[in-house]
Design a protein around this ligand. Structure first.
Ligand code: PEP
Ligand code: MG
Length: 584
């Protein structure tokens, strides 16, 4: 497939599948320049080109400096002194000198990688001044690249991928991910990220293979390189050999066949061997998924994350009540006769921001997010409540509130619900008077108070991603602590058990529900529903059907006595392996 040597970069697998194609590197600062190989003998002429570019850039910056000085004064123009200093920065230049003979690639491409790396190091330092300097460096980088004119036509430039490609980026925000054009992107890989991040969750719902937390990704990869992205094992293979390519073609065919066999069983009920029904529903983020809900055999939707629709990157502002009603109605009709549970706007934290704010939140996960945003924007919240209520006239609907930390928020939200019902009655607009209302259990304080909260709502939905984050104080999006993000931490499991002991219907809608090693634990703790991304539904269905509820209960009781997360995982995994060895 390629003349260049095969190279494997490893990260965390976050969305299954295999993508094969060309790489498109999008560093967050400026587009990667074209790359071509050079020989040792070319190095002096590469330096000559580079020196000429530095001289041209110096002249440009000097001129800019003088212009700004004339208009705004010397102090405003001083910023350009910093640009000039960076241009001849000895750390960057000596790194370039070292990397050039090792990489044997054109100088702009190596310079780009070195400066990108430099910027990331500065960003990582906990110093606002240094972080703000990154913008200056980017400016210089762009100028130098513009001024670096190729000496001759490169012999073997990697072409810009024209069609589908694998996207490699330093970082993708949930907004960037939601905005990916699926017809052009085969999969993505990032240098940062973690399994529970919304970026990872979105990759799964978009059906895109994805790998995150790959060290030196931007530094080591090049636009136009042939690549294979293995979303099962978390590997990016650059310049795969013909042999590797053959292996992956075979693996892809095998996985696709196994998956389509599982999908054939979509109409089988999700009852345990001893007859306990577990509702198996879908987690949904995007309208394009509405069709696949029925195809996956889901018993409706257990979690519709409405924020991606409400704050969609392309949206012209937030959709009004009417537009929301039409959209929700479409989903309800697509799922009839099953229930759709709408989660009200969950903005803030690591998700999409609700509105641009000049103030930076020091602890966004503990800040203005979830129900807190909705309760402080009553009119907007009520529009959503009314739209969901109106959709309930067209099928079975439930609504739930995210990030609830206690009774005060529940009371406030229920009061607004009552007001909305009354407004609709007054206007003679139909809705389901019996529409179920629930809350997400994601905050330890709410789990501890579950017995009280259960008196106010019809159901709970445990968001294991956030419940774990808040219970064991491990940021779900920070790759440095990703390895200690343990959903089976005894503290988390006990809070889940406490929630389920209240006896009201309780669903699991976090990523834990899709881990077939842990399905026995969830069933044994008393989950009445599991809601997962549609791609995971077929496998979870088979798992549930091979479990014995009583056996799960006994195992869960043992798990509640365990002292550490590994023991709990092992207990559940052992039962899973015994019940459905064919799935492992
Ligand atoms: C969760 O926290 O587990 C959850 C389902 O909500 P989200 O992932 O959207 O925060
Ligand atoms: Mg959550």
């Amino acid at each position: 497939m390629s003349e260049e040597k095969e190279q494997r970069l490893t990260g965390l697998p976050v969305s299954p599948g295999i993508a094969m194609g060309m790489l498109r590197v999008e560093a967050r600062d400026c587009a990667a320049p074209p790359m071509w190989p050079i020989e040792l003998k070319d190095i002096p002429s590469e330096w000559e080109r580079f020196e000429a570019a530095l001289v041209r850039t110096e002249a440009e910056i000097e001129e800019l400096k003088q212009r700004v000085e004339r208009i705004s004064g010397a102090s405003e123009a001083a910023i350009f002194d910093a640009h000039l200093l960076f241009l001849r920065d000895s750390t960057v230049l000596s790194r370039l000198n070292k990397e050039l003979p090792t990489r044997l690639q054109n100088i702009e491409s190596v310079y780009y990688a070195v400066v990108q790396n430099f910027m990331e190091v500065m960003r990582a330092v906990d110093d606002p001044y240094l972080r703000s300097r990154v913008l200056d460096i980017r400016d210089v980088l762009q100028r130098v690249l513009r001024n670096l004119k190729p000496s001759s036509t490169p012999t073997q430039t990697h072409p810009e991928p024209s069609g589908n490609s694998i996207l490699a980026a330093y970082e993708l925000t949930p907004g960037d991910t939601a905005d990916l054009d699926k017809s052009r992107v085969l999969g993505f890989v990032t240098e940062t990220g973690s399994t529970m991040s919304h970026t990872a969750i979105l990759a799964r719902s978009l059906g895109l293979p994805a790998v995150v937390a790959v060290p030196r990704l931007v530094m080591d990869s090049r636009t136009g390189s042939p690549a294979i992205l293995d979303g099962y094992n978390g590997i990016l293979i650059l310049n795969p050999s013909a042999e590797t390519q053959k292996q992956y073609n075979a693996l892809r065919a095998e996985r696709e066949k196994a998956y389509s066999e599982l999908v054939q069983m979509r109409d089988l009920p999700t009852d345990t061997l001893d007859g306990r029904h577990i509702r198996l529903a879908a987690n949904v983020e995007f309208a394009h998924e509405f069709k696949s809900i029925r195809e996956s055999g889901a018993e409706g939707v257990g979690l519709y994350r409405t924020e991606f629709f409400l704050l969609g990157v392309d949206a012209q502002g937030m959709p009004d009540e009417e537009a929301q009603y039409e959209h929700y109605r479409r989903l309800v009709e697509a799922c009839t006769p099953h229930e759709v549970i709408f989660r009200t706007l969950d903005a803030g934290g690591d998700k999409l921001p609700f509105e641009p704010s000049p103030e930076k939140e020091d602890n966004p996960a503990l800040g203005w997010r979830g129900i807190r945003v909705s309760l402080s924007r009553e009119n907007i919240f009520k529009q959503q409540l009314r739209a969901v209520l109106r959709a309930s006239a067209h099928g079975r609907v439930g609504i739930m509130f995210p990030m609830v930390s206690g009774i005060t928020e529940v009371r406030a939200a229920l009061k607004l619900m009552d007001e909305c019902r009354e407004e609709l009655r007054q206007s003679k607009i139909p809705f389901d008077e019996k529409m179920r209302v629930g809350i997400m259990i994601e905050v330890p304080g709410a789990a501890m108070m579950a017995d009280v909260l259960a008196k106010y709502v019809d159901f709970f939905s445990i968001g294991t991603n956030d419940l774990t984050q808040y219970t064991i104080a491990v940021d779900r999006v920070n790759h440095r602590v990703a390895s200690i993000f343990r959903v089976t931490h005894p503290g988390v499991v006990r809070l889940m058990a406490r929630t389920m002991q209240t006896g009201i219907p309780t669903s699991i809608c976090g990523e834990m529900g899709g881990d077939i090693s842990l399905v026995p634990l969830l069933v044994g703790l008393g989950a009445t529903e599991i809601s997962v991304g549609t791609h995971l539904l077929p496998i979870v269905r088979i798992a549930i059907r091979h479990l014995n509820y009583e056996e799960c209960r006994t195992m869960a009781q043992q798990a509640l006595q365990a002292e550490d997360s590994a023991t709990i995982r092992e207990l559940s995994h052992r039962l899973a392996l015994k019940s459905y060895p064919q799935l492992f």
